[in-house]
Structures are given as structure tokens and as C-alpha cells.
Design a binder for this molecule. Sequence first.
Ligand code: HEM
Length: 453
Amino acid sequence: MSEQRYSTVAVALHWAIALLILGQIAGGLYMHNLPNSAAAKFDLYQLHKSFGLSIFALTLVRLGWRLVHKPPPLPNTMPGWQVLTARATHWVFYFLMLATPLVGLAIVSVSPKDIPTEWFGLIGVPHLGFLDPGADPAATEHQFIELHEKLSYAILGLLALHVAAAMKHGFINRDGVLRSMAPGIAAISGAAGVFIALAIGIAAYFGGKPGPIEIVRTPEISASVATEEVPQATAPIDTEEPVEEILSGDPAPAPDGTENVDVATNEAPATPRLTANTLCDGDKKLPINWRIDNAASRLRFIGSQNGQSFEGVFGAFKTEIAFDDQFLDQSWLRVTVQTSSAATGDQLIDSTLPGGEWFGVKEFPTATFTACDIQRTGDGHYEAAGTLAIKDAAHDITLPFELVVNDGVTTATGGVDLIRTNFDLGTAPSWLDDEGVALEARIEFSVNASRLN
Ligand code: HEM
């Protein structure tokens, strides 16, 4: 009589999932113990989430298959308690293979880090919104991490029992049970298909990320950031158009050229009507006297995560400049940035930035820099002292910039280093660790403008 075997699909799924689980546990322990400064840590976490979700999906398929395809019967020679133990072990396995990834998803759902989950950067996976992170989300996250770890160890324990039983069937009882799950060519090909699909997933994840960038800092551009808290600029803005309307415009490419973001129309009104009287103390009579060339202007931010630099652009910002070298005491400028236009080209970072931990775009749609004190520091070099207001925080900063005139077009370039937490960016305990996302960030701009009068 021919031996009864598990179906090819069941065998392929069994071995694919078994290998994935072993890799997942080893990878999980490895990444958990990496220092936060390790460059690969962030990516390993994202891949761990993607592999774990794949295990969850494959387990559902396997369970579905199992429910409609009866497994081969166990040998009659097996004592009742062994049959019962075997059956129980298999169902507990199914439970753990579903519960462990679900608890993993629970970790990231309550985490104060608020990092979205994307299957290999391709498909967004919703978090478990019904979970309440409670008053102390970090503590709730920790509880789920502990549970996740315990479930993983339970899988390992059960695996040991399972392998021991299989060996006994194969080498002591020699009753055909081990052979019923032995992989044939077809099952090996099926399992290989699963791994090829996952390898494509890994390639898609890294392919979707912008490459490493090199930060070129202009040596003469150093910046100073005042640390004391100053009241946020609340003066009414003497302009007819609401900021949202001024800011919308044509799409411009993100740094890696993959995504489009809104770009600022960034142009001063033809008839200047905004004066700084309402923005700056004293007698700032100069009206806006520069027209900004949007397409040629850029506002970018530079940060680093796990030791790797990333940069992004604010695609929508409005620059208002009232500046005359002869009348510096009356000169002023203001930049209004639409926070939702921040884009790095890295899908994961871009979907994290609008959240409450970072720009909180729903509550704080704009950030502003208003400078009422512009001084000349050298030939073509200036400093604009003013207030940078992001979210609830406002600080005095001094922004050095350089003006270069070429064919009637003036280019202003400059930059400033900031401590992100001073501006309430990433202040949850888990983000405060400088080894993850560096506390220091930089903003740089290059604005092309021509004089209106
Ligand atoms: C069968 C599937 C999975 C297995 C066997 C597994 C296993 C593990 C293991 C062994 C660790 C290290 C635990 C520790 O040392 O604390 C870990 C950590 C982690 N897992 Fe999973 N995991 C699975 C699925 C998932 C999924 C689907 C997600 C999320 C969508 C996830 C999220 C995490 C996170 C965030 C951590 C790190 C916790 C921390 O150290 O901060 N896991 N996992």
C-alpha cells in the first residue's frame, strides 16, 4: 500500500514557514540587541515587520488549506495520548504563528514612535487602532514587547518538542510520519517560490529608498540658535490671501525625483501691500520689494537616522522679502512653510513626518521664520535675526546668508543648525535618544529673487 503524504502545497508551506520562523526569531533577537546607533537597525526593524506579516499571511493560507485538505492519518500503532499531544501541538503552533505577529503589530500600534508599517515599503498595513496606548504608551509598548518575546520563546519550545517527536517517528518507530512531510522536488520548488517572492520584497524595500546623501556644508555658514523660549509670533498678517491659498502650486520633484510635492508659488504680489509694521517692532516701513523665482528656489532639511544622513525638501513655502542694503534698519523678511509639504522621497519617513510627534500638520499646518533685524557681516554676507516658530515652540535664531548677483538675479543661500527637540520635534521618550534620529538637524535654503523696484 502506498504511503499517505501531506499534499505538495502543505509540505511547501510547512518548510517555508518553518525556515521563516527560525530566521525571524534569530533576526528579532539580533536587531533587538543592536545599539540604537547601528546604521542597519531601522531597516532591520522594517524588514522584520514585513517578514512577520508574511508569516502571518502564509499561516492563514496554510490553515485554510488544512481545513479543506485532510492530513494523512496518524499510524494506528500510536498510543492515544501521543495522538492527542500531536494534534494539540499542531493547533498551538497555528495559534502561536498567528498570535506572535499580531502582538508584533500591537507593539508598533501603541508605540509612541508612531512609525507606519509598510509591507516591504509596498503596501501600507493599518495599525491596530482599537488598542489604547494608555497614559504611558512607552510602558504599554514594553508590555507588548515582553509578550511578543515570550510567544517567540514558546514557538521555540514547541519546535524542540515537535522536532524530537518527528525524529522519534523517523528513526525509532520508522512509521512513515516523518516521510509524510518530507519535501519532494515540487514542494521544494514551491517553498523556493515563497523565498524568491520575499527576496523581491527586500529588493523593493531598498529600491524604494533614496540613496545615501553627502552633506556639503558651506564653511562660512555657521549658525547660532538662542536657547531661551520666546513667545510665538502671533501678530496679524497684513495680507489679503490666506497662507494655504498662496502656498498651493505646481508639483515639483522630490530630491530623488520619484515623488511630486506641492511647490510654493512663492511670489511676492505684483503690488506690494505687506509691510512689516504688524510683524516687527519699530518702524519697518519697507514694502516687499523682491519677486521670488519659485522654480529656482529650494528649502531643504537635513537630518540623520541611525548614523545615516537623509535630506528632504519643503515643497511649499512662501518667501516675503523687503530688503535694501541701504536701508537695512527697515528691512525684514518672512518665510512661511507648509509643514505637510515635507518630503524626503523615503515613503516611511514621509508618512511619519506629518504625525503629531513630528510636524503635527493637522494642528500646525505652517511654520514661520520672521526676521526683523538684518545686519551686514561682510561683503555680500548678512545675518537675519528673528524668530523661528514651529508647532508650539518659538525661538530666536540668527540665520547667516550670502547674496550673489548674476545677470540681474540675486541668489540668497544660507542655513542654520537646529536642535529638533527645541521645536517639539520628536520629544516622546523613545525619540529623545540621539542615537536614533540625531537631535541636530539643519535647514538650508537657496532663494532666487529679482528686485521689483
Ligand atoms: C511569527 C512572526 C514573528 C516572530 C517569530 C517574531 C519574533 C521576534 C523576536 C524573537 C523578537 C525579539 C524579542 C526581544 O528580544 O525582545 C522580535 C522583536 C520585535 N518584533 Fe517580532 N516576530 C514576528 C512578527 C512580528 C511582526 C508581524 C511585527 C510587526 C508588524 C513584529 C514586530 C517586532 C518588533 C517591533 C520587535 C522589537 C521590539 C523591540 O526590541 O523594541 N514582529 N520579534
